[in-house]
Design a protein around this ligand. Structure first.
Ligand code: ADP
Ligand code: ADP
Ligand code: MG
Length: 458
C-alpha cells in the first residue's frame, strides 16, 4: 500500500475511528487539531499531532491551506477528511492532489459530479436509477420554479444543490408557499454552503429513508447492503439500522443493484452512500443524493457484514484492490446505532456542552461505543454536538432493540445532558418496536408530547 503516514483532518469520534483503522493497517497517524481540541482523545491516541489553527472551524478544520501545510510539515502521504467539514469539497480534494498527497476519497472530479445534488440526479438518470420527479437542472428564478412545481404537482421540496446536514430544504404545499419559501432556502444555502443554487422535486408523502453502502477501488464497485435512517429530526438522522426491515428481498436486491450500477458508472473509489426515499405503498424507491465520504452511521453496516469500511477506504485509496468481492459479503443479524449528542432532549434539544465528570461505557458482545470522551474532558462548544454512538448487533431486530436498552442503561455520561433518554424512550415505543415509522414520524411523536422525563424514568 502507498500510504505510510496518514494525516487526519477531522475531530471527534470519527477521528478516533480513523486512528484505530490506520493502526490496524500499520499506518502511522498524524492528528490535525484546532487550538480547542488539543486535549481530544484522537490527539492522545495518534502517533503524532499538530495544531492547524484556532477554534473556529473556518480557521482550522475548514482551512485548506493550513491543513495542507501541516500535512506537508509532518511528511504525511495521505489525508483522511472524515465526514462533514471538507470531506465533500472538490476544492480540498483537488488541493490535496495538487500537493502530491493522496485524498482518502474519490477524485475531485467525482466529488464535483456526485456531491452536487443536481448533477448527481443526472448521473443517476443516466445509470438507469429512478430519481424523485423534479427539475432537470437548477431553477433559475421564481417563475421557473412555479412552472416546474405546477408540472410535477404540489407539495414540492425546494432543495439546495449543495445541501447537506438537512439544511437548505423547504416543503411548499402551494404556489404562495413556494414564493415565500424559495428565497429562504436560497439564503440559507448561500450562508451554509456558499452556493444558493436550488432545485425542486416532488415531496414524497411519509417515505422511509433507505441508503446503500458502496465501496469501490476505481475498477470495480460492490455494495455492503442497505441501512434504514427514517428516524430523523429536522431532516437529520437520529437512529439508524442495518438492514431495512421494511424491504422484501426482491426490492432490496434491486435497490443494491441500482447503487452498484451508479457507483460503477463513475468508476467510484472509496466508501460512498447512495440515499433513497422508499414509498412503502407502491414499493418504489427514488434516489435523492450521494454522500461521497464515510457516513456517521457506517458502523451498523460493519456490524452486519464484518467489513471494516474505514480500513477498506484507506487501502483502496492507497492503490490496493478491494479486499473482498461481492459474493464474500453476507449480512448477518440486525444492527442499530443511536447518536448520543450533548443536547437536552427535554429542552428542545438545546446544546449542553459540559465537563465529562464521569463516564461509564456500555460493553459486551455485539455492543460498540464509538466516542471521543474521557473523564475530565471539557466538551468544546464550537462544534457539532455528536459525542458518540451506541451500536448494537444481535441475531434479530427484536433482540437488537432489547440489547440497545441494556446498553443505554449501562451508559452514563456525568456532567452533561445527552440524548440517551430519547433513545431509551424510542427503544421502549411500540411503533419503533414494530418498525412502523417514516421520516416524519419522530417529529410527530415529539410534537405529541411522547417524550417526558417521567416516562423515561418508568
Ligand atoms: P450522514 O450523512 O453521515 O448520515 P449527517 O447527514 O447527519 O451524516 O451529517 C452530514 C454531515 O454534516 C456530518 O458530517 C455532520 O458532521 C455534519 N453535520 C450534521 N449536522 C450538522 C450541523 N447541525 N451543523 C453542522 N454540520 C452538521
Ligand atoms: P441532506 O443532504 O441534507 O442529507 P437529503 O436530500 O439527503 O438532504 O434529504 C434529507 C432528508 O429530507 C431525507 O432523509 C428526507 O427525510 C427528507 N427529504 C428529502 N427529499 C425529500 C422528498 N423529495 N420528499 C420527502 N422527503 C424528502
Ligand atoms: Mg442526505
Amino acid at each position: 500500500m502507498n500510504i505510510k503516514r496518514l494525516f487526519i483532518a477531522n475531530r471527534g469520534e470519527i477521528a478516533v475511528r480513523i486512528v484505530k483503522a490506520a493502526k490496524k493497517l500499520g499506518v502511522h497517524t498524524i492528528q490535525g487539531h484546532s487550538e480547542a481540541d488539543a486535549e481530544m482523545l484522537a490527539v492522545k491516541l495518534a502517533d503524532e499531532s499538530i495544531c492547524i489553527g484556532p477554534a473556529p472551524s473556518k480557521d482550522s478544520y475548514l482551512n485548506i491551506s493550513a491543513i495542507i501545510a501541516a500535512a506537508k510539515a509532518t511528511q504525511a502521504d495521505a489525508i483522511h477528511p472524515g465526514y462533514g467539514f471538507l470531506s465533500e469539497s472538490p476544492a480540498f480534494a483537488r488541493a490535496v492532489e495538487q500537493a502530491g498527497l493522496i485524498f482518502i476519497g474519490p477524485s475531485a472530479d467525482t466529488i464535483e459530479k456526485m456531491g452536487d445534488k443536481v448533477s448527481a440526479r443526472l448521473a443517476a438518470v443516466t445509470a438507469g436509477v429512478p430519481v424523485v420527479p423534479g427539475s432537470d437542472g437548477r431553477i433559475d428564478d421564481l417563475d421557473h420554479a412555479i412552472e416546474i412545481a405546477e408540472t410535477i404537482g404540489y407539495p414540492v421540496m425546494i432543495k439546495a444543490a449543495a445541501g447537506g446536514g438537512g439544511r437548505g430544504i423547504r416543503i411548499a404545499n402551494t404556489r404562495a408557499e413556494l414564493k415565500e419559501l424559495a428565497p429562504q432556502a436560497k439564503s440559507e444555502a448561500e450562508a451554509a454552503f456558499g452556493d444558493g443554487g436550488l432545485y425542486i422535486e416532488r415531496a414524497i408523502f411519509a417515505p422511509r429513508h433507505i441508503e446503500v453502502q458502496i465501496l469501490g477501488d476505481g475498477e470495480t464497485a460492490i455494495h455492503c447492503y442497505e441501512r434504514e435512517c427514517s428516524l430523523q429530526r429536522r431532516r437529520q438522522k437520529v437512529w439508524e439500522e442495518a438492514g431495512a426491515a421494511c424491504l422484501d428481498d426482491e426490492t432490496c436486491a434491486a435497490l443494491c443493484a441500482s447503487a452498484v450500477a451508479l457507483a460503477k458508472s463513475v468508476s467510484y473509489r472509496g466508501a460512498g452512500t447512495l440515499e433513497y426515499l422508499y414509498d412503502e405503498k407502491t414499493k418504489e424507491f427514488f434516489f435523492i443524493e450521494m454522500n461521497t465520504r464515510i457516513q456517521v452511521e457506517h458502523p451498523v453496516t460493519e456490524m452486519i457484514t464484518g467489513v471494516d469500511l474505514v480500513a477498506e477506504m484507506i487501502r483502496v485509496c492507497g492503490g490496493e484492490r478491494l479486499s473482498v468481492s461481492q459474493d464474500q459479503i453476507n449480512k448477518s443479524g440486525h444492527a442499530i446505532e443511536v447518536r448520543i449528542c450533548a443536547e437536552d432532549p427535554f429542552a428542545n434539544f438545546m446544546p449542553w456542552p459540559g465537563v465529562v465528570a464521569s463516564l461509564k461505557e456500555p460493553e459486551g458482545e455485539g455492543v460498540r461505543f464509538d466516542h471521543f470522551l474521557a473523564e475530565g474532558y471539557q466538551i468544546p462548544p464550537f462544534y457539532d454536538s455528536l459525542l458518540g454512538k451506541v451500536i448494537v448487533h444481535a441475531a434479530t431486530r427484536d433482540a437488537a432493540i432489547d440489547k440497545l436498552i441494556v446498553a443505554l442503561d449501562a451508559l452514563s455520561v456525568g456532567g452533561t445532558k445527552t440524548t440517551a433518554p430519547l433513545h431509551r424512550a424510542l427503544a421502549m415505543d411500540a411503533d419503533v418496536r414494530a418498525g412502523a415509522f417514516h421520516t416524519q414520524w419522530l417529529e410527530q411523536w415529539l410534537d405529541a408530547g411522547n417524550l417526558t422525563e417521567k416516562g423515561d424514568a418508568a
